[in-house]
Design a protein around this ligand. Sequence first.
Ligand SMILES: [Zn+2]
Length: 129
Amino acid sequence: MDFFFCLPILFGCKTTVKPDGDQIPRVCPRCNNAAVISAKSRDWFEICFVPLIPMSSKHIWTCSICQWSMRVEAGGWEPTPVGQAGPPPAGYYPPNWQQAHYPPANQYQYQPQTPSYGPPQVQQQVPKY
Ligand SMILES: [Zn+2]
């Protein structure tokens, strides 16, 4: 004797991001705004749009302005805290102050290895008379 209940159950996954850790604003490497905070990203298994079962979670850096995000790696690169970068004393801007807003070291940036498409080899075609 079998009963089958055909209920419209909707499954899905949802990712929530909550601020986590020190909420020191950091400089975003993409948009250079001090809007990067550390957060915890957690995937939820949801049924009928209700997140029920917590799944994997990870710590991320996320920018609230441009939505840039990066996984926090222990001992890895992290965005520059605003407190270390400035602000400079009022009325005085040292020439190298902007260096604090440079993008991070390129060791964690994805650099596509595209083959160099140089100009085509122009062959000197000597017209024959
Ligand atoms: Zn940003």
